[in-house]
Design a protein around this ligand. Structure first.
Ligand SMILES: [Cu+2]
Length: 68
C-alpha cells in the first residue's frame, strides 16, 4: 500500500474534507482518506489501480487542487 499527503489550500471546513473523502473513495484502489482541517492536509492510502496522477486529477476536478 502506498501513502501520499497533499496540502490543499481550498479546504475551509469539515464539509470540504467530507467531500474530498467521498469523491476519492469512489476511485478503485483508494483504501482510506484522512483529512486535517487545521493543516489543510489530506493523507490518502491506496493500492493499484489508483495512482498519484489519478488522485490529483480527481482533486482538480472537484475544485480542491493540491499544492504541488
Ligand atoms: Cu468546506
Amino acid at each position: 500500500m502506498e501513502k501520499v499527503t497533499y496540502h490543499i489550500p481550498s479546504i475551509s471546513c469539515h464539509h470540504c474534507i467530507h467531500t474530498i473523502k467521498t469523491e476519492l473513495e469512489e476511485q478503485e484502489g483508494v483504501v482510506s482518506v484522512e483529512g486535517d482541517l487545521d493543516s489543510k492536509r489530506v493523507v490518502i492510502s491506496y493500492n493499484p489501480p489508483a495512482t498519484p496522477e489519478l488522485l490529483i486529477d480527481i482533486l482538480k476536478e472537484i475544485n480542491y487542487p493540491p499544492d504541488l
